[in-house]
Design a binder for this molecule. Structure first.
Ligand code: SF4
Ligand code: SF4
Length: 479
């Protein structure tokens, strides 16, 4: 099976319950953003640019748990910002799991190994020794860290930690192979860290997934290689979605990078071209998402947006109409369902009801449409059933050649693929050797929007963010 049986049953029961009750609109996945602070500044990220965040802008733990209960979604995707920066992330994950929901932790991967070392320190016993030695052997844990795990004190042993369970996935953000990914996240070394974190997670028995956003300049062949490489790491599944042209990200791009948004974001037509092979990928790799949504991405059918099925809750409340666009925030999920004029949004028969929806084909608007039978066509249910219950594609064997292609360089730190590609291909780069061109320029960058300072990306108050990051890195020192 592509998706574990127990989890499939849980979701199917939820849909059947609401179909029988004729509930017109209900939640499938809650996108829970406990904070918008992030340690990265990815080029296409609307989140860190739309919301100026600081330490006081966090959803309290109790509120997070209440809203998960309120909307009753069987799956909760804890995102942000970087959710592993949230000081009560362990309590949040365990609290949502205790409610009987499936949890995805959508992370950029940078703090994952730290969280897994915390887990090992909390539960260490001699039975764990072979796995710990394997982690050291593969350079995923240092000898010193291994010793700290073995000699964990009472505080480490009593810490609430994120444990492996079939009900939870680490969902790691990977937008391409090393060169592309590090460029998009605007920091070198992040791809390597993601790979290390995924390897460690698999050794410890965690379920892992990846999520990939496709931009105009994403190379389709590279995506093929990326899925093959991730599959060789035994990643349990992949989500892939076209990028959305966030207003704030577009403005930032023009101002900071001197780029035109149309050079970066996809139109509908381009999305269909990029996703022409999505069904082939679905056969070769464990792509999450229904085959009906895959047909939509490949341009073989239309779907109607069901943004209400993947609602977002953040520091300002229930965000309407969707994860991408903000026309208002509401105090309650029901209130949002009732007050939002849903028929103002989406694209119907090729005509955008709202111009901001024109190029949108993202999974949070349209993937649930495939599962919920919106625009139902004969055979859709069977198609979805067969895809999910069909044999899970076998992991790829990583060849030396594939690994070499995966680790294909580091970024030049300009945050835009076209510039990087031009730099690599330039005669000067060839003369000087690519390495000199790849060197990251540590320029201070301004993220003001419309001339008004929006703070440094994802920080609001940088001193508070830095304090928080230091605390994550070394809790004892920062206290
Ligand atoms: S990791 Fe990147 S995409 Fe995710 S919240 Fe941070 S800046 Fe945005
Ligand atoms: S079409 Fe896209 S942008 Fe428009 S409401 Fe739906 S999810 Fe949001």
């Amino acid at each position: 099976m592509r998706f574990p049986f127990a989890l499939t049953v849980k979701i199917a029961r939820h849909i059947i319950k609401h179909k029988l009750a004729r509930t017109p609109k209900f939640a499938m996945v809650l996108q829970l953003e406990p904070l918008h602070t992030c340690n990265l500044t990815c080029t296409g990220c609307g989140r860190i640019r739309e919301y100026s965040t600081n330490l006081k802008d966090m959803v309290p733990l109790e509120k997070c748990l209440t809203v998960a209960e309120e909307c009753e979604a069987p799956m909760v995707s804890i995102c942000g910002g970087e959710p592993l920066i949230y000081p009560k992330i362990e309590e949040l994950v365990n609290g949502v799991l205790a409610q009987g929901r499936i949890v995805y932790i959508c992370t950029n991967g940078v703090f994952m190994r730290k969280k897994m070392r915390d887990y090992m320190a909390a539960v260490y016993s001699p039975e764990m020794e072979p796995r710990l030695q394997e982690l050291v052997k593969q350079d995923l844990v240092t000898g010193k860290e291994a010793e700290q795990i073995r000699k964990s004190d009472a505080a480490a042993r009593s810490k609430v930690v994120i444990r492996p369970t079939q009900w939870m996935y680490w969902n790691v953000h990977v937008d391409g192979l090393e060169f592309t990914h590090d460029l998009i996240v605007e920091r070198e070394g992040v791809f390597k860290e993601c790979v290390a974190a995924i390897k460690m997670a698999k050794i410890l028995g965690y379920q892992t997934a990846t999520n990939t956003t496709v931009y105009k300049e994403t190379d389709v062949q590279e995506l093929d290689d990326m899925f093959a490489y991730l599959s060789s790491l035994n990643v349990d599944g992949h989500t892939i979605s076209p990028g959305y042209e966030y207003d704030a990200a577009k403005k930032d791009m023009v101002k900071r990078l001197g780029k035109q948004p149309e050079d970066f974001f996809l139109t509908r037509k381009m999305t269909r071209q990029k996703f022409a092979k999505i069904q082939e990928w679905g056969e070769k790799f464990t792509i999450f998402g229904t085959p009906v949504y895959q047909e939509f991405l490949a341009g073989k059918r239309e779907l109607t947006c069901t943004a209400w099925a993947i609602p977002t809750y953040n520091v300002k409340g229930w965000k309407a109409p969707c994860y991408l666009m903000t026309d208002g925030h509401y105090d309650g999920y029901r209130e949002m369902l009732e007050k939002v004029q849903w028929d103002k949004y989406g694209v119907v028969d090729g005509v955008a009801r709202d111009p901001r929806c024109e190029n949108c084909m993202v999974h949070c608007g349209y993937d649930p449409s495939g599962a919920l039978g919106t625009n139902y066509q004969r055979g859709d249910n069977w198609k979805n059933f067969r895809y999910n219950f069909g044999t899970k594609p076998k992991p790829y064997q990583a060849t030396i050649e594939l690994t070499r292609r995966a680790f294909n360089g580091v970024s030049i730190g300009k945050g835009h693929l076209a510039e990087a590609k031009a730099a690599i291909n330039s005669p000067r780069a060839a003369m000087n050797g690519a390495q000199s061109v790849f060197q990251r320029r540590e320029e201070p960058h301004d993220h003001s929007v419309n001339g008004e300072s929006n703070g440094v990306c994802g920080s609001g108050d940088t001193s508070q963010r830095d304090q928080l990051l230091a605390k994550i890195a070394d809790p004892k020192r920062a206290e």
